[in-house]
Design a binder for this molecule. Sequence first.
Ligand code: C2O
Ligand code: CU
Ligand code: CU
Length: 481
Amino acid sequence: MPNRRSVLALGAVAGGMLATAKVSTEIVARWPGGANPRLSPAAAGALAAPPPFSVPLPIPRDLRPIATVAGVDIFRTDITPATVEILPAVRTRALTFGGQFVGPTIRARTGRPALVQFVNRLDMAANVHLHGGHVAAENDGFPTDVIDPGHSRWYTYPNSQPGATLWYHDHAHGMESEDVYRGLHGFYLLEDDAERGLQLPRGEFDVPILLRDAAFAADGSLDYASFERPFLLANGRPQPFFRVAARKYRLRLLNAGNTRVLRLTLGDGATMTQVGSDGGLLPAPVARTEIVLASAERQDVVVDFARFPLGSQVVLRDATAGPVLRFDVVRQAADPSRVPAVLRPLPPAPAATVTRDVTMSFDLTRQMPVGMLNGHVFDPNRVDFTVKRGSTEIWRIGNGDPPGFDHTFHMHMTHFRVLDRDGARPTADDAGLKDTIYVPAGARNVRVQATFPNHTGRYVYHCHFLEHSAAGMMGVIEIVP
Ligand code: C2O
Ligand code: CU
Ligand code: CU
């Protein structure tokens, strides 16, 4: 169940509507970005949008290891409140990793474990989940496994999976929605040797871009209860510009918005060459002109700015929010990078021995919306599925809500491949190894296949629209030997 603070936040959302029986339907229907994403700068609430493209795109700094011991990189950062600048010249109080609204980027290598100490300087419990990481249960940020205020905790990340664009965020029980909204999100970029050998764009030409929406109150604070989140931020700034060289860049696009689906296009339908998704590289590059990212999904694309004349301005646009980020092609540069025709084959998919069904829905009969999986509200003490370690399973995911209610599905500890959607082929956005997928209204049977290697213990799976997961749309698997 959501805890007191999140219920209060929802209560504020509900406002004076509590008298009607249909209230939870209305709340969900009007939830930020939920059933009907509304995002119009004109309706920007108390604070007006700055002129577009007036601030540069920040690149979150890398977290430097404080030590390397026996081949293990050791990192430390704080979970701390901080005053940050999101809107130009407006001070915003945020919850941050390392004092930055987009936390510091942790760079790790496959085969080289990392130990990260997180020091909780908040006045409330928090924790850390490495989204997409294959880690032991005690390091996964189970919702009730939190760091108390004033305490710290070491998380061990074995980095035994292939390179991938991962991210880390809070996962505290009932609070993940508000905490991530207030800024507890950052990148974790895992690279493997084979990937390095491919000569994809590297270094300053390999750019993580965290996209998320936000609303601001008149005093500049992040407004969590607002029905509309009119600002779409790129690395924590509204509609920034980014000066690029006329060469290839790898853009690692992450939708870190709580409850939002992004439909991204570049310029006038320019091609983005997709090379990776949630679990890392695709088998081969795919030419894309529109990318759909539901909450928590990632896609890595390579864009060759040499195709645009020097002086060009190339705008990344979202179908709902409009312009998101402008690339200004300002200089020539040598380009030793390439996009090979073969990237990384997917691992073999053993035959599945178990089939499970998961239906995602709200209990719309209650006054406050309650999220459910297979009719049950999340209970951290209840095991919903017991899974045998090493086994392969097919999960059939359905959206059990009426038209207008979208969901997403995320599984911890492993990646899966999408087999089909209601009998039809998966979408282009389902390609590769996935940990999160879009389950829009009407989707009844999205089949995914996963293998559960290595670890045992309890992990969660949930809708990654975090308002939904915090309201109970989450379940527990226990992996047993
Ligand atoms: Cu990014 Cu359990 O989630
Ligand atoms: Cu996760
Ligand atoms: Cu949902």
